[in-house]
Design a protein around this ligand. Structure first.
Ligand SMILES: *[C@@H]1O[C@H](CO)[C@@H](O)[C@H](O)[C@H]1NC(C)=O
Ligand SMILES: *[C@@H]1O[C@H](CO)[C@@H](O)[C@H](O)[C@H]1NC(C)=O
Ligand SMILES: *[C@@H]1O[C@H](CO)[C@@H](O)[C@H](O)[C@H]1NC(C)=O
Ligand SMILES: *[C@@H]1O[C@H](CO)[C@@H](O)[C@H](O)[C@H]1NC(C)=O
Length: 186
């Protein structure tokens, strides 16, 4: 757990912050430390809602993962947090927007975790994010996503696909991501 002082320290001096809060997204664990190194992992853990670029800047020689795929969080550390969903199911998401002084764009997509390719079209896409005037309820941080009906067997087991929330704050060129593991039984 972060102390309040650590959170305040982490928030000082940077201008964007957001993370998926509901459902609970992927988090860290020993597999991430092994693959991404402890320097990057520690930097990410200091600020769960922080930009990936700040953590990559602190990475050491043990950095051997892709921090821009799910913040480097690994499936092996999250096997107990995989959603079993049905094609066409409507899922509700809440993003914890801590600070959004530099807007950009955002989207939600199904990602093939083996190739880091987006499958199909984005499930949601915002050309301007965050947008405080999009509600109430605010459509940018409280929204629904419909699980595609054409995934076939592509995402039929845990570890194959994730729903990735992605925000790129163009003003200060910072990337924010959260991933949710899911599968659709074929
Ligand atoms: C996944 O959900 C489907 C549909 O609700 C259900 O039939 C199936 O038993 C579930 N599978 C597991 C492993 O829980
Ligand atoms: C959606 O996010 C991806 C990164 O996952 C980004 O590369 C892409 O440009 C975005 N697409 C749109 C339509 O905003
Ligand atoms: C914010 O959302 C509102 C409501 O959907 C829309 O009318 C407005 O154009 C959006 N603002 C920007 C800058 O895109
Ligand atoms: C999401 O979908 C549910 C059920 O379809 C609906 O009750 C709810 O109002 C929707 N929420 C948003 C934010 O669109």
């Amino acid at each position: 757990m972060l102390t309040a002082a650590a959170v305040l320290f982490a928030l000082a001096g940077v201008s964007g912050h957001a993370v998926m809060q509901d459902p609970v997204p992927r988090g860290t664990g020993p597999a991430q430390v092994e693959l991404c190194g402890s320097a990057l992992t520690t930097a990410l853990e200091k600020d769960l809602a922080g930009p990936i670029e700040d953590a990559v800047a602190k990475a050491d020689a043990d950095y051997n993962c892709n921090a821009y795929l799910c913040r480097g969080y690994q499936y092996e550390d999250n096997v107990d947090n995989v959603k079993n969903v049905t094609a066409g199911e409507v899922m509700y998401f809440h993003i914890d927007l801590v600070a959004g002084h530099h807007p950009g764009y955002a989207n939600v997509s199904v990602v093939d975790l083996a190739t880091n390719e987006i499958i199909g079209d984005p499930l949601r896409s915002w050309g301007y994010w965050p947008n405080a005037t999009s509600g109430p309820p605010r459509d940018d941080i409280d929204f629904n996503v419909t699980i595609p009906t054409n995934l076939g067997s592509t995402c039929d087991a845990g570890g194959k696909c994730a729903i990735q929330w992605y925000w790129y704050a163009s003003g200060n060129e910072q990337t924010y991501e959260s991933c949710l593991d899911f599968y659709v039984e074929a």
